[in-house]
Design a protein around this ligand. Structure first.
Ligand code: PDD
Length: 280
């Protein structure tokens, strides 16, 4: 694989980052994951905008213009012959040469790393046909989940808790209300209404979420943006998640409770179809 690091395209084993990098020492960095379908980037502009916002919120210098970033994405897709897959992008506050809690001088160069992940048949995921099963876990993350930081230890532990419980993923719950999945936004369907948490600092503002809500409204589906409880979710007709890597993925079981007849529901399935159609 060819990867990008600080201006260079290199074979992955030759790419190096300093041991003093603040991403490594302090999780002081942000990231984006953009999907590629049929060689085409999905929603690059949305990811670039959110990256800019995350950098701004943390006062990390924006390393380059969006056009230059797009060029690197395209170059990596071409060099690695990616048909279907993902591009991971990370920007950290850089490597000031020692460990210090205070931010380094503003002129410190941010570290920029991008790499590709090939996922042949990304849109034909078998899990979309059966749906996934989830458990709920307490949300004990920090309070600025709207910033896409590389601080992913708890979501990673959540994924392991799900695995240990024999299921696929976990939804995080705060004050009885679902915030989001370990690496995705969460939705339930009651009758004809899609319910998903309103935007705020409690969740990541998903790029897939924005697209899916737009498609839902265009298809005359009813959408309510509000917090819902985990109990309400267990009684829902359908549930699903969205993210750049899973698109729209039906959820068929929550904490051992089967939703509906245990098969992916019509709303989730239809939204998945529309999302993939529109992204091709
Ligand atoms: N995760 N919520 C969280 C906590 C996430 O980590 C993600 C994305 C989302 C969905 O956002 P988007 O639709 O923009 O992908 C919601 C990425 C895919 C990841 O960490 O791999």
């Amino acid at each position: 694989r060819t990867v990008y690091v600080n201006g260079d395209y290199l074979p992955e084993h030759e790419a190096k980052v300093s041991v003093f990098d603040r991403g490594f020492l302090m999780a002081d960095g942000v990231y984006e994951v953009t999907s590629v379908l049929g060689g085409k980037l999905i929603d690059f502009e949305g990811h670039a905008k959110r990256l800019e916002r995350s950098l701004h919120e943390l006062q990390i210098r924006k390393p380059m213009e969006d056009a230059a970033l797009l060029e690197i994405h395209r170059e990596l897709v071409a060099r690695n012959e990616i048909e279907d897959g993902m591009i991971y992008l990370q920007v950290t506050r850089g490597a000031p040469g020692d460990r210090d809690f205070a931010f380094p001088p503003a002129e410190t160069e941010p570290t920029v790393v991008l790499f590709t992940q090939a996922k042949p048949g990304l849109a034909e995921s078998p899990a979309a046909k059966t749906g996934i099963r989830i458990i709920s876990i307490p949300d004990i993350r920090w309070g600025r989940r709207d910033i896409k930081t590389v601080q992913l230890l708890y979501p990673s532990m959540g994924k392991m808790m799900a695995k240990a419980a024999g299921v696929d993923d976990a939804w995080m719950v705060e004050d009885d209300h679902v915030t989001e999945g370990t690496s995705n936004n969460a939705y339930i369907v009651k009758g004809n209404t899609i319910v998903t948490r309103h935007l705020g600092t409690e969740i990541l503002h998903g790029i897939t979420r924005a697209a899916v809500l737009r498609f839902a409204q265009e298809a005359q589906m009813k959408v309510e943006e509000r917090a819902f409880t985990i109990e309400e979710a267990k009684q829902a007709d359908e549930a699903f998640i969205t993210s750049a890597s899973t698109f729209v993925m039906p959820v068929v079981e929550i904490d051992g409770m089967t939703l509906g007849d245990g098969a992916p529901g019509p709303v989730a399935s239809r939204l998945r179809e529309i999302y993939i159609e529109e992204s091709r």
